[in-house]
Design a protein around this ligand. Sequence first.
Ligand code: OGA
Ligand code: NI
Length: 376
Amino acid sequence: MASAQVSCCDSSLFPSAAAPRPSPSLFDKDRIEWPEPIQRVQSIAERGIKHLPPTYVRPVEERASGHVLVEEKIPLIDLSGLDDERREKTMEEISNACKQWGFFQLINHGMSTELLNAGRDVSRRFFQLPLEEKQKHANDPKTYVGYGSRTGVQKGAILDWGDYYYHHFLPASIREEHKWPSKPLEYRPVMKEYCNGAVQVCRTLLSVFSQNLDLPRKYLEEAFGGEEDIGICVRVNYYPVCPQPDLTFGLSPHSDPGGITILLQNDVSGLQVRKGDYWVPVRPVPDALIINLGDQIEMLTNGIYKSVEHRSIVNDTNERMSIVIFCNPSGEKKVGPAKDLIDGSNPVKYKCMTFNEYRMFIRTTGPKGKSYVKLE
Ligand code: OGA
Ligand code: NI
């Protein structure tokens, strides 16, 4: 096996691996159902209500007020610097952004303005369709594929003020294009091109991260399953105008369970990133892609890079949308810390498990900070 494949999963040399977490197999995937009838946030918003229904009201101590650092900024990186004399500096900027923030914005990333706008356009047009049309694609919690309005199946949970559409792109064997929006007609071709662009960005980043960590250039891409098996899925988020935005979230604090997330927002801001005890708003930069590291990168790097909590807030004047591409390890491949990143001063901190096992946590309990990645 190529050295690029070596991780602690391949060996029993590391008996001190993290304490076992509750086994995800506790959740019998085939028996999961939504615990309550699904209500579309968009439909509630369109009723013109003045007060938020109690299902969306967070307890006072969980609300977003305070602790927001408007003067801080996540790093902004010009990816075209990799191709010229700025290469070393750009690699270092990415390294620092990964270590200090786990979040950065990318410009000159290779996806054209036309493609980004086309992605935004087909996404918006899907959510503008009549409810009956969207309902044809209603999702269930066994796969999450389709039109959804909650994450997690805990009965009585407080819900987030947002709807979404979720589907796969890679591996091609699970793409199931017939489960993508069928309208607008341009959705499928545009989203395919959009995803192809995002895959390139993702592969570049995986290679840069590997090199910055002194791993073989292809290490992380191979750990994700290589060109054939890398997982790419899409979540288009739609956050309607909210009558009492201070009482709720568009998306509650969470870290992304996967590898790398590539997010594009419309011109309405709302994403905030955790920095210690504070939250830093991501300022809108035209056509920038917002990149963040997920839990699988934290595990693969044995915590040298950390996944970072983020949340989105809503407002009472503008709807907000985001197109989110998740770049994940292939579902059945075990993920664990790279052997080369483990030594006496950085002993193994994470248990190996497949990404399919791992993501059952968030799919069952809903977004809950970083409670799934347990160190030690
Ligand atoms: C996500 C996410 C934030 C946003 O979909 O995982 O964090 O601003 N979205 O839409
Ligand atoms: Ni997220």
